[in-house]
Design a protein. Structure first.
Length: 334
């Protein structure tokens, strides 16, 4: 059961990388030039300005603008699922001038979380490049009677199903799904409490009104460092560069556990293959440059450059994992 606390007021498993990529360029172009100087070039970002996703998206915008010789502006659409931005890009002309700065949600998980989507996670887009990732962290209030992940799991099992609660910013968020993944691996059953915003979740956690959470790491670091909150593990495959003292979940007995938020760039399906290759090559090279890495790290994220082929393969692997986790959790579609 999931409890929702509100403020006032979705890749089939059997597909191969080739099958995913093949239809993307089969449609005829609806415009003539790949880049028209009289058109606005834009990158749709599904979060508000100033956040980690926005800051990493702006690094990509600068890389693409410099490579193409035309300024790409960021359009922020505050939509934690990313579905609004994905729909806009899916319906845009495939001229290389409208790009999606998407997340694991728009690429993989949303199709399993929502009843209906206005876009096809596979057929609506031409994958361009992997960009970066962001670890989640499982944290507990300092009063929680567990100092390690093993103790947390043992405590939750001993208390019984749904008697230990944890918070996340939303159903289908990477924090929520990461905890569903962990429950699948450990056999514990927790009560999920959804908060209307991350700030509300942190406030309740610091106040001891909820004692555990799974969420993106950066906003919690200062509280972990102060001792108010205790980190039990990060969800990235390797220890996180900004918090090397926090062990990964994988190294604590759950080999292969990896549940990070990740970002990618995609264009509308039908975008010319030479345009996709140009953008892919430039983004991968740019993200790997020292200046870009410094900026991405400064935003609390980590670089994860990969070309269109790598992105496609990554999506296939992530789809397999998250479809299994979501099906096993028997989540009700929103």
């Amino acid at each position: 059961m999931t409890k929702i606390i509100r403020r006032r007021t979705a890749l089939a498993i059997g597909i191969t990388a080739g099958a995913l990529a093949t239809p993307l360029f089969s449609r005829g172009l609806r415009t003539q030039g790949a880049h028209a100087a009289d058109k606005t070039a834009r990158i749709l970002v599904p979060f508000a300005a100033g956040g980690t996703t926005d800051m990493v998206g702006r690094v990509v915008a600068e890389i693409v603008s410099s490579a193409i010789g035309q300024t790409f502006v960021i359009e922020n659409k505050t939509d934690s699922s990313g579905n609004v931005c994905a729909e806009i890009v899916a319906r845009a002309l495939p001229d290389g001038l409208t790009l999606l700065f998407g997340t694991v949600g728009t690429a993989v998980t949303n199709q399993y979380v929502y009843k209906t989507l206005s876009y096809d996670s596979i057929g609506s887009f031409a994958p361009i490049a992997l960009v970066g990732e962001l670890a989640n962290v499982i944290v507990v209030h300092s009063a929680f009677p567990a100092r390690t992940l093993e103790e947390f799991v043992d405590h939750s099992r001993a208390r019984g199903p749904k008697t230990v609660s944890y918070g996340s910013p939303g159903i289908g968020s990477t924090g929520h799904l990461a905890m569903e993944y962990l429950q699948n691996q450990t056999g514990m059953k927790l009560e999920h409490v959804v908060y209307g915003s991350r700030s509300q979740l942190i406030k309740e956690l610091l106040g001891g009104r909820i004692l555990a959470a799974m969420d993106n790491l950066p906003p919690y670091l200062q509280h972990i460092e102060s001792g108010t909150l205790r980190a039990l593990g990060v969800t990235s495959a390797k220890r996180w560069f900004a918090a090397p003292g926090i062990p990964t979940i994988a190294e604590q007995g759950y080999m292969g556990f990896d549940a990070a938020l990740w970002w990618y760039v995609a264009a509308p399906a039908g975008t010319r293959i030479d345009v996709v290759k140009k953008l892919s090559d430039e983004i991968v090279a740019g993200i790997g440059a020292e200046r870009a890495i410094r900026r991405i790290h400064g935003a609390g994220a980590s670089e994860l450059p990969g070309n269109a082929k790598h992105l496609t393969q990554y999506m296939v692997a992530e789809n397999r994992k998250w479809k299994y986790v979501i099906d096993a959790a028997n989540l009700q579609r929103q």
